[in-house]
Write a protein that binds this ligand. Structure first.
Ligand code: SAM
Length: 256
């Protein structure tokens, strides 16, 4: 995966300036188990998209999956009412919480970001008060009653995790009271594999197959509509917007 250059963001009006790494914590290279501790390029593309979609975010309840450093959640919080910023691991979530505190001045008036553990490999949200970043019953009720937007950046690098994430996305969409829109970013990474003796993009292919499977699901209370999002929205953060960087939109709404 490609790590990012130092991202910078500023509002057009000059009302705020946001220098991400200088006022937020992240690391510049990470072993696989710590991949959430750096900002990935797909998070920057997603952040740019969020900034271009005021109607989708203003006053809304948003859930981010696999948030890592929390960049996309912080940007969503400049417009949203409540952002549930989720990932796994107390250490990573604590880092994310510090980043959110450092950038709390950017949040919309009355808006909040809540850092919570949400593990795609578990069917239920943890409500044990002894566990750091667990959920209160009120938060769970609020999440299910009000969420209309779901975000995930750069979380499609391992097929088993991709399966778990799609299962989580579908389960949550079925529990939400409202229709919801999920925005996913992915980078199509090409690797040479000895197995194929060729260059392939297996993780990306598995992601695309999962999108197609979701769209084909039939007979349930929801239908899922999938479409690519053209990256023609303005670029306000510093990163290379390469062709392999993609955004996908999934709309989950009642089948009838
Ligand atoms: C490549 S990082 C992307 C982080 C961030 N979204 C970004 O783009 O900068 C993948 C993220 O998925 C998270 N993740 C991996 N397995 C997970 C699981 N089972 N449940 C929830 N999050 C998980 C990791 O902790 C990490 O933060």
């Amino acid at each position: 995966m490609h790590r990012t250059a130092a991202p910078k963001m500023s509002s057009k009006s000059g009302a705020f300036v946001f220098l991400f790494p200088s006022c937020a914590e992240h690391t510049m290279a990470t072993p696989l188990e710590d991949v959430g501790k750096q900002v990935w390029r797909g998070a920057l593309l997603l952040a740019d998209y969020i900034l271009s979609q005021r109607d989708l975010f203003e006053g809304r309840t948003v859930l981010e999956l696999g948030a890592g450093t929390g960049l996309a959640s912080i940007v969503a919080a400049t417009m949203a009412q409540t952002v549930y910023c989720t990932d796994v691991g107390a250490d990573l979530l604590a880092m994310c919480q510090r980043n959110i505190a450092l950038n709390s001045h950017l949040a919309a008036a009355g808006g909040t970001v809540k850092v919570k553990e949400l593990d795609w490999l578990k069917d239920e949200l943890c409500t044990d008060p002894e566990v750091p970043f667990s959920w209160s019953e009120e938060d769970i009720s609020d999440l299910y009653a009000h969420t209309t937007v779901l975000l995930a950046a750069e979380v499609f690098y391992d097929d088993d995790l991709t399966d778990a994430l799609f299962k989580t996305l579908s389960r949550l969409a079925h529990r939400f009271r409202n229709a919801c829109t999920a925005i996913l970013s992915v980078e199509k990474r090409l690797n040479f594999t000895l197995r194929h003796l060729d260059v392939t993009c297996e993780a990306y292919d598995h992601f695309r197959a999962s999108l197609e499977a979701l769209e084909r699901l039939a007979g349930g209370p929801l239908r899922f509509m999938v479409e690519p999002v053209e990256a023609s929205f303005p670029q306000r953060l510093l990163y290379e917007r390469i062709q392999q960087l993609e955004l996908w939109k999934i709309v989950a709404e009642p089948a009838t």
